[in-house]
Design a protein around this ligand. Structure first.
Ligand SMILES: [Zn+2]
Length: 390
């Protein structure tokens, strides 16, 4: 890669012909039209929150440096590789589209008489040009380096940059688009910010079974995204058709994996929802600890009990049961572990200390036994582990 450090380009130069798209919230062009501020593969402008954007302008007004900017030279044009957020912020200020606060906390527009000097401030810009036989790899490595500073790109933003092309452009128009009419519905099941590419990442994760990068490599130059949208829609439709209602805990589950495992099975959806409600009630009573796994537990026929992390007995209950059991055992001259007594082994008369024993459900929780004192017995650790596996 060829790089050239430029310190002669000023804020005013970059703001010449600066154009900001309010609707899409992004800076489009600057530097007399030859600078593409937000290339298609770049993340959206996320500084427009009245804080980060104002902070950039504030730094400039205080004559602090705003850091290195990186431009990529492509033919006669330049693309911003790093610095898009900062350029868009000061561009909006200079073009009268962003107010900053003065020393008295009053909002201030750009005033040529007051702020004219700002236009002459030089910026520090690295201009880079890809070369060699693998410019793509080169740019990828470079992105890694420059993203150490400033706001980190998300993994998917990084992949979008590396595999930019018609496929990513088409996929972003669907899955990164906040005004997509389906977005609110999708976000009941998909976690994260679509503007930071979280929904796109999920759609790709599902269709590629977790191999997003390979998938993007294979489809980079596709103009259609039919497989991606069709698979995503199938998963969403399956969730909708399997669960009668929506709970907050459904957001962000590994639906792609669950769909692959269970979508060919038939379910009585009334029964499914009845069980989910019952297990949620157990969770509200503190018995089931992992609420989010209830869906997978029910889909799997309620066999993977470890998913729910069922609550252990209250130590106070365990101590009371231990005391009673031990007193009783001592009077009979047998072990205080009932299973050791039954096993007639070397420990048949052993009295275990409290910390050598564990509380166990007499009637297993999975068979309807509750976590109460009446259903609690103390077993030696060995026997409790043996029982857990049966
Ligand atoms: Zn035992």
């Amino acid at each position: 890669m060829k790089t050239e450090l430029r310190t002669d380009i000023t804020v005013g130069d970059i703001c010449k012909g600066f154009h900001y798209n309010t609707l899409e919230g992004k800076g489009v062009r600057g530097w007399n039209g030859k600078l593409i501020i937000q290339p298609e593969y770049q993340r959206n402008y996320i500084y427009a929150n009245g804080k980060d954007d104002v902070a950039v302008v504030d730094s400039l007004l205080k004559k602090y440096p705003i850091g290195l900017l990186y431009f990529l030279k492509v033919g006669d044009e330049y693309e911003v590789l790093d610095g898009q957020q900062r350029i868009t912020s000061f561009g909006r200020f200079v073009s009268g589209q962003l107010d900053v606060l003065d020393a008295n906390g009053m909002p201030h527009k750009f005033d040529p008489a007051l702020h004219g000097w700002l236009l002459k401030r030089p910026l520090t810009i690295y201009i880079c040009e890809g070369e060699g036989d693998d410019p793509e790899r080169e740019i990828k490595e470079w992105f890694k380096t420059i993203n150490i500073a400033g706001k980190q790109l998300t993994e998917q933003e990084f992949l979008n940059a590396t595999y930019s092309g018609p496929f990513i452009t088409a996929a972003k128009a669907v899955f990164s688009n906040s005004s997509n009419a389906n977005m609110q519905k999708w976000k009941r099941f998909v976690a994260g910010d679509e503007k930071r590419q979280a929904v796109l990442a999920t759609a790709l994760d599902w269709v590629s079974k977790g191999h997003i990068e390979e998938y993007l490599k294979d489809h980079r130059y596709d103009t259609g995204i039919t497989e991606l949208t069709a698979y995503f829609d199938s998963v969403i439709a399956w969730i909708d058709g399997t669960f009668k209602e929506v709970k907050d805990e459904m957001c962000g589950l590994e639906w792609g994996r669950l769909y692959e495992l269970y979508h060919t099975k038939g379910y009585d959806i009334d029964k499914v929802w009845e069980r989910i409600e019952a297990l949620f009630a157990d969770a509200d009573n503190g018995i089931v600890k992992n609420k989010r796994n209830i869906f997978e537990y029910v889909l799997g026929g309620e066999t993977k009990h470890e998913l729910l992390k069922v609550r252990l007995f209250d130590p106070k209950i365990a101590k009371r049961v231990y005391a009673m059991q031990t007193e009783d055992a001592k009077s009979k001259g047998v072990s205080n572990c009932p299973d050791c007594v039954l096993a007639h082994n070397a420990n048949a008369k052993r009295i275990y200390a409290f910390n050598e024993m564990e509380a166990d459900h007499v009637t297993a929780w999975t068979k309807g036994g509750d976590t109460s004192e009446a259903n609690c017995q103390m077993l030696c650790r060995h026997h409790n582990r043996v029982k857990c596996n049966s």
